[in-house]
Design a protein around this ligand. Structure first.
Ligand SMILES: Cc1cc2nc3c(=O)[nH]c(=O)nc-3n(C[C@H](O)[C@H](O)[C@H](O)COP(=O)(O)O)c2cc1C
Length: 320
């Protein structure tokens, strides 16, 4: 059941799919995922963005980043390999050139932050807090720390330290922490994120992976290894959302954004039953950028068939 069903009545959005994410009202739980839909309004070329709950920016870093050399995306059976390398125009240009469009997209914009040191994240968070007034930011912690080469998102102590430095910078902004699936104990990482001050958790980022061209004997991606996304990772992500919901999020009253391999309403409904309040869509946008609208329509019908007044009643509702 919803943690606070009465709060739904006060939402500015009507209907069974209206939700709150970290207290922020969204028209519905469907979110376009970081790095798969441009900076702000690009997905608006495919459909009216008022039809979804939120768009997440691609991850923004302190400096301009060109990213890795081609090939850095490659389609494989069941999904996609990528090693984009955080290509983006840097926080200053993002704020000056792209952010002004945020007010016109008709849904919530979630700002994604990445970096290679604590100072990087703090710098972008500070700039977002001062100049962007976004209701929510998401920390992409699947980035190696240049100081020790280890990923923030793969070590609980490093993650806690990072979040404790960033959290005070976000005085008026809710902080989602996006977890890496490339760990042995996802619940330990979620606990570290909550201890570090996360207001919500997004999971999962891509699964570490590799493909090889057997004729040239070269890796499919220029960097060698990369991240797998798409339908192949969905069941892994559902398992992780379920474990994190039961292991920490439910009792801490922390919302989860379930992400990984959603291409139909059915995939999204699985995430909700596993414990997700919202559902992200990434790789499926490359197949059909209107996927989110079909997911919204399917979820609405499913919520009604389940006899629920609100989708929030179904969060974590898997029958074990
Ligand atoms: C081409 C591509 C670029 C991505 N860029 C980012 C990024 O900038 N920041 C981030 O947090 N996640 C990034 N991701 C990860 C996605 O947001 C998502 O976590 C992952 O792909 C799993 O969801 P999906 O299977 O629906 O794509 C990227 C994924 C892809 C495929």
């Amino acid at each position: 059941m919803s943690a606070n069903p009465a709060a739904i009545d006060a939402l500015p959005f009507a209907g069974p799919l209206a939700v709150r994410l970290c207290g922020v009202p969204l028209a519905n739980p469907v979110i376009a995922a970081a790095g798969t839909c441009g900076y702000v309004d690009e997905l608006g070329d495919a459909f009216d963005l008022r039809g979804i709950g939120a768009v997440t920016t691609k991850s923004i870093t302190r400096e301009v980043r060109e990213g890795n050399a081609p090939w850095r995306m490659w389609g494989i059976p069941g999904g996609m390999l990528n090693a984009i390398g955080l290509a983006n125009l840097g926080v200053d240009r993002f704020l000056a050139e792209r952010l002004p469009k945020a007010g016109r997209i008709g849904c919530t914009l979630i700002g994604s932050i990445a970096g290679h040191s604590i100072e990087d994240y703090v710098g972008v968070a500070r700039a977002f807090e001062r100049e962007a007034s976004l209701p929510i930011v998401e920390l992409n912690v699947s980035c190696p720390n240049t100081a020790d080469g280890l990923q923030f998102g793969e070590h609980p102590a490093a993650l806690r330290e990072l979040l404790r430095a960033v959290r005070p910078e976000l005085a008026t902004t809710k902080m989602l922490v996006k977890l890496s699936p490339n760990v042995g104990d996802i619940v330990a990482m979620a606990k570290a994120a909550v201890e570090g001050g996360a207001d919500g958790l997004t999971l999962i980022n891509t699964v570490a992976a590799m493909g090889i061209d057997v004729e040239t004997r070269a890796p499919l991606l220029s960097r060698g290894t990369g991240g797998l996304s798409g339908p192949a990772v969905h069941a892994i992500a559902v398992r992780m959302v379920h474990q994190v919901y039961r292991g920490v999020a439910r009792d801490a009253n922390i919302p989860i954004v379930g992400l990984g391999g959603v291409s139909t309403w059915h995939d999204a409904a699985e995430f909700i039953l596993a414990g997700a309040t919202c559902v992200g869509i990434g790789t499926a946008l490359f197949v059909d950028p209107r996927t989110p609208l079909a997911v919204v329509r399917g979820l609405e019908a499913w919520v009604r068939r389940q006899g629920a007044g609100s989708v929030t009643e179904l969060v974590g509702g898997v029958r074990l």
